[in-house]
Structure formats: C-alpha cells, structure tokens
Design a protein around this ligand. Structure first.
Ligand SMILES: [Zn+2]
Ligand SMILES: [Zn+2]
Length: 119
C-alpha cells in the first residue's frame, strides 16, 4: 500500500498532478503545501481593506475553511486517519467557480510498481 495526494483544481485534469509516495509525512507535507497555496490565493482575492484586522468577505470566509483543514493536519488528525488506514478528503467551496477537492487516498501495491512511476 502507498498513497496518492491529489487535487481537482478547476482548469486542470483531475489525474494530472497526483503525488505518489509511501511516506505518510511526505503525503501530509504535500497536502499541506497545496492547501496553503490555495489559502493564499483566497486571501489575495479578498477585496477588503487590508488595514482592517478582521475581514468578513466571502473569500476570507473560504480561506477560513482552508484553515480548518490545515488545523486538522496540524492537530495530527490527518496522520491519525492515515495510520488507521483511512484517506482524507477536504472539499473547499469558493464563492465563485467550481469546488476544489484535496485528498490523500491509499493506492494498491507498492509505490515502486505504481503506474505513476512508469516513465
Ligand atoms: Zn502511486
Ligand atoms: Zn476579505
């Protein structure tokens, strides 16, 4: 068994960018990195006043949803799920455009024999 980390960002093919690893920490690190960059995109899309300490716009709201996913990772809940043989799936619903999903899923076989490594 090994893991695939992926995301369906609108405009990209769903299978185009899977990260294949047999290391839980690498899988989580990759997922965290992807969520962080999504979150910064949302904060950059915010059209609120940056001098305000708190913004309640829809983009900051959805950035908060990403924060919840990041907390799941930071608290060790994601690692716990992987250790118990379950994948994780975070679905983020931005105010405009398609939903994006980020996940870690278990894949059959060893990483060395995975078709993603055949090139
Ligand atoms: Zn694989
Ligand atoms: Zn905002």
């Amino acid at each position: 068994m090994h893991m695939h980390v992926g995301q369906n960002i609108p405009g990209y093919l769903p299978e185009s960018d899977l990260f294949c690893t047999d290391d839980r920490d690498s899988a989580i690190g990759y997922l965290r990195h992807e969520l962080k960059s999504l979150q910064s995109e949302y904060y950059e899309t915010c059209d609120g006043d940056p001098s305000e300490a708190y913004c309640a716009c829809e983009w900051c709201d959805v950035a908060g949803d990403v924060e919840a996913a990041l907390s799941h990772i930071a608290d060790g809940d994601t690692l716990y799920r992987l250790k118990s043989g379950n994948g994780v799936l975070f679905i983020i619903r931005p105010p405009e455009g398609a939903d994006t999903a980020h996940w870690i899923a278990f894949a059959e076989g060893e990483q060395s024999s995975c078709e993603l490594n055949e090139d």
